[in-house]
Design a protein around this ligand. Sequence first.
Ligand code: HEC
Length: 150
Amino acid sequence: MKVKMTLVILALIVLGCGNEPPINKGLVKYTMEDSELLLLTKNDKGIGPIKELELAPLNSIMVRDGETVFRAKCSACHRIGQRFIGPDVTGLLDRRTPEWIMNMILNPEQMIQENVQARKLLMEYGAPMGNQSLTEGQARLVLEYFRSIN
Ligand code: HEC
């Protein structure tokens, strides 16, 4: 919030000077939205049962089992390396926290309602992510699979 305010004030000062070429005004606007998004995404653990998650080094047995769960429960809508009914699931860990990913799997109804990032996705894809009734253990396996293809 503080950063956002600072940026707004900065932008006002820059715009207030009046002698900036129009292209720079565009740049100021872009930087504001970008840093806001980055801040949100980096700290956003989402809403749901997973509050804090420590990731150990990748476990190949969990990856294998996670891929099985993914093929059975998720591949109807998600593809590797391409957008489908849902988003591409490669690079997920670069744009979301592990907690957010697991909460999105376990609690999509509330996430779509109350989480800014999930709402944005819903607007972009026009279809809600359905609850696949995974157990926490299964969701953790899928997360391990997502890490392996990140
Ligand atoms: C019926 C289609 C459907 C199924 C089945 C489905 N999803 Fe989704 N998923 C979506 C859609 C559509 C979105 C984006 C819009 C939204 O969030 O409502 C999404 C979003 C996501 C996101 C957020 C992606 C991002 O870019 O941040 C994750 C993570 C995810 N799904 C994981 C899963 C997992 C894991 C499964 C299997 C357990 C699964 N999904 C099953 C349709 C589906």
